[in-house]
Design a protein around this ligand. Sequence first.
Ligand code: KIV
Ligand code: ZN
Length: 393
Amino acid sequence: MTTTPDTRPENRVLIFDTTLRDGEQSPGATMTHAEKLEIAELLDEMGVDIIEAGFPIASEGDFKAVSEIARQSKQATICGLARANYKDIDRCWEAVKQARSPRIHTFIGTSPLHRAIPNLSQDEMAQRIHDTVTHARNLCDNVQWSPMDATRTEWDYLARVVEIAIKAGATTINIPDTVGYTAPVESADLIRRLIAEVPGADEIIFATHCHNDLGMATANSLAAVEGGARQIECTINGLGERAGNTALEEVVMALKVRHDIMPWDTGVDTRRIMNISRRVATVSGFPVQFNKAIVGKNAFAHESGIHQDGMLKNAETFEIMRPEDVGLAGTSLPLGKHSGRAALRAKLKDLGFEMAENQLNDTFVRFKELADRKKEVYDDDLIALVRQNEAVS
Ligand code: KIV
Ligand code: ZN
């Protein structure tokens, strides 16, 4: 079986979305069949390169969802997860094979802690990797292999099994930081060293798969790209087990905004980010924290007087990206006790009230009194304030 040559440019980083597999593994984040199909369609439309649609052997429902997503996908490669045994791999292939572009992703835990679970010696595990990757490759010409807990696997053993997987036909080698243990400098070095030292490494794509236990998943993923990885595994809103996975919106926007120092492109239409973020939050039942980068309610909101004044004069004073670029209508300047006269004037003008300086001063005093009692002052509150002012004057 031959592999299709990859004609993508050198500076292209593939986005592998695992919201429907690793994201859904988050306790309580289960999605219905219809919801999974909807999210897969949104991912496909936004331009992710690979969708990991589920773990076909895990349940009949997962199998059906992966199969249907495989049939419906228009652009993305559809991938399913399989443990390192023939039964899992066969089931995975059954589910993904109808995709325009199918991929089998098979994995095994290679660190000492994980080797102890199936109680395999290093040699026995190496043989298992050889046999299962060969089996997967006989079914599909697009095979991804992952040494789970790679970042806590001894270097010599990791290099040995990566070489075995490449020789057995893996086309992508994913290096998971399964427990979010690594740090950016190590993340870059590990990929760089694998590419430099493992025979055959320059023939395949290295992927990075980071978890966020120490809050470093985005930094570790970008560092891995710096080290030579050309596929980032991530989820919408960073959904995933424990503290989650690398957030798609963060890596994609970081590569866009800091293209000057990270000159890698993705194929993602960033204007679709907010919509899919909201849909994933709704269907998974995991709300997005207010101050979450890119997609949080406050990510493009400014309350303090100094910031609002700056924003009204020039949006670049306090925003490094345009809200429209992530699919928002615009910046929001919520009025609260930290807000100043300039924002109040602008808001009143929006509401149709043009007032003289002395009137504005009176309204501002009353607004501050109210803002001390209320977290946020809404449009209706302001209208009532103006009406009261009109009544007493
Ligand atoms: O975190 C992890 O190691 C995984 C593997 C299955 C790739 O999700
Ligand atoms: Zn994971």
